[in-house]
Design a protein around this ligand. Structure first.
Ligand SMILES: CC(C)(COP(=O)(O)OP(=O)(O)OC[C@H]1O[C@@H](n2cnc3c(N)ncnc32)[C@H](O)[C@@H]1OP(=O)(O)O)[C@@H](O)C(=O)NCCC(=O)NCCS
Length: 182
């Protein structure tokens, strides 16, 4: 287990079973806000479900396939940022994230994603990071845009959300682009 200090207020703690109860409370208290954009939220019915996803996340980390972190702000869990997996052939990964409703608007997730990029390009030595965002999810799209990702295409009708087919925008940060800007 690791906890990575991002700044005085924020840290990133590897997803773990001990946090599952608190993670469930955070998801449950922001359910309406989260389920608008995240299809898995309706499947999270109790803390057991969060324990199960923590076990999966620990297995992902142990398999050298990327990791999921709980976002800690002033000592409280307020969200999650993780890699979906790592393609070691292409040396690529993609990011997923969410924040509790009340902790939006402070730059917390942008700051955490910037830290993730640093780890991904400098420590893991990957070549490409993708972020896929529903076209209408303006707050989420603003994160890769703020971080200088390049928008590369729209994937039409790729995911179902609340019974509707959704178009996803693909954002790309290459290793070359990262070192050009950071
Ligand atoms: C996507 C999501 C994490 C974005 O949250 P967010 O609070 O807008 O993102 P950040 O934490 O980076 O904060 C950015 C906001 O803080 C402001 N801000 C304040 N200080 C800042 C700083 N130092 N750096 C960057 N932004 C800062 C920005 O202006 C922006 O506010 P605005 O939207 O009013 O312009 C959140 O809306 C969410 O969890 N949504 C539901 C789940 C979801 O959609 N997940 C993504 C699926 S692809």
């Amino acid at each position: 287990m690791f906890e990575y200090k991002v700044n005085n207020d924020i840290s990133l703690r590897l997803s773990n079973v001990q946090d599952a109860e608190e993670v469930f409370k955070v998801i449950d208290s922001s359910r309406d806000h989260l389920k608008k954009w995240l299809s898995w939220v309706n499947l999270v019915k109790n803390s057991k479900d969060c324990r199960y996803s923590a076990y999966k996340a620990m297995h992902q980390y142990a398999s050298n396939n990327g990791f999921q972190c709980n976002v800690i702000y002033k000592g409280k869990i307020i969200g999650r940022l993780g890699m979906h997996n790592i393609d070691w052939t292409d040396k690529s990964t993609s990011l997923g994230y969410w924040l509790a409703e009340n902790y939006q608007g402070r730059g917390i997730m942008t700051t955490c994603c910037k830290t993730f990029l640093n780890i991904i390009f400098k420590e893991l030595q990957l070549n490409v990071v993708y972020v896929y965002v529903a076209e209408e999810n303006k707050k989420s799209r603003a994160i890769p845009e703020r971080l200088k990702f390049e928008q590369k295409g729209i994937n039409k009708n790729v995911q179902m959300l609340s019974g509707k087919k959704i178009d996803y925008v693909r954002y790309v940060m290459t290793r070359e682009r990262y070192f050009q800007y950071y």
